[in-house]
Design a protein around this ligand. Structure first.
Ligand code: ADP
Length: 283
């Protein structure tokens, strides 16, 4: 039997001769659920855990929702999901023959997370990379997101199977990189940048978290985790700084109380503006 030479998805031809898609790169994009229409997909990434990626995702979601956009959060940090806990959401999510329904926060953000599908959110997810990656595809295909202006994807830290799957399978408009002053910022930003570039995904900018602590008495900004290098990295790599978030006990408090829908994060107004720009062309 002649070897199949066409790499285009769905093509059964044995030869590429005369085929208009010959030589074009194969698309791995997954179809969205028929009941959903998502205008913009934004990935929120970090180099390691604990830098505040979920806090940044949820803060951006809150800011967008407060401006009247229809927002969803896909919690793709499958082995360390924290979004449902931050908003005080409990599963199980409802499902029927059509698909799985996201759970709504008090400020009308639609959330899907493995923690909303497991009988006990404290059960650890002990799955290998390909299984985790498949779950993310299901979050895209089988979840009835409805109409969304923005779907924010809270990615697991690093550049493993799940981010790769999100970049390949979802029509990601751009990524936001979250770092802390302690991070090896340049290396982390470069890695995320190179990964996104290899997949033709724009880097919208960086957010520095834990930038400083404001003294409650004198208002002085104390750089608890050392001097920030983010502006240097921004200049060198040409990636914009979208915001610098201080250590704010209120954010931890609301997150721990499951009341993050009440969190305001004025330090991310710049990031909000960049995301809003994506919607300008929708009108
Ligand atoms: P990641 O998603 O990167 O693992 P999280 O967003 O879950 O990190 O943040 C880790 C913890 O730190 C959470 O309890 C969160 O509420 C808290 N936190 C994050 N950013 C801040 C901040 N700027 N000020 C105070 N607490 C924060």
């Amino acid at each position: 039997m002649a070897e199949k030479s066409c790499s285009s998805s769905g093509c059964s031809k044995e030869s590429c001769e005369g085929c208009p898609s010959a030589g074009k790169p194969q698309s791995f994009l997954e179809e969205l659920n028929v009941y959903s229409e998502v205008k913009h997909v934004i990935g929120v990434v970090s180099g390691k855990g604990g830098v505040g990626k979920s806090m940044a995702t949820a803060s951006l979601a809150n800011l967008l929702a407060s401006k009247g956009y229809r927002v969803g959060i896909m919690d793709a940090d499958i082995t360390g999901p924290s979004i449902p806990r931050m908003y005080g959401l409990e599963g199980p999510a409802m499902a029927d023959d059509e698909g799985i329904y996201p759970v709504l926060t008090n400020n009308d953000i639609k959330v899907m997370s493995i923690n909303l599908l497991m009988p006990d959110p404290e059960t650890p997810v002990i799955w290998r990379g390909p299984v985790l990656a498949n779950m993310v595809k299901q979050f895209w295909k089988d979840v009835i997101w409805g109409e969304l202006d923005y779907l924010l994807v809270d990615m697991p830290p690093g550049t493993g199977d799940v981010p790769l799957t999100v970049f390949q399978s979802l029509p990601v408009d751009g990524i936001v990189i979250v770092t802390s002053p302690q991070d090896l910022v340049k290396m982390i930003v470069k890695k995320a940048y190179n990964m996104a570039s290899a997949m033709n995904i724009p880097v919208l900018g960086m957010i520095e978290n834990y930038s400083y602590l404001k003294c409650p008495d004198c208002g002085k900004e104390i750089p608890v985790f050392g001097k920030s290098k983010i502006d240097e990295v921004s200049q060198e790599l040409g990636v914009a700084v979208l915001g610098k978030v201080p250590i704010d006990p209120k954010l931890t408090e609301l997150s721990d109380a499951g009341a993050f829908d009440e969190a305001e994060n004025p330090y991310l107004e710049g990031a909000l503006a960049v995301l809003q720009l994506l919607s300008v062309k929708d009108k």
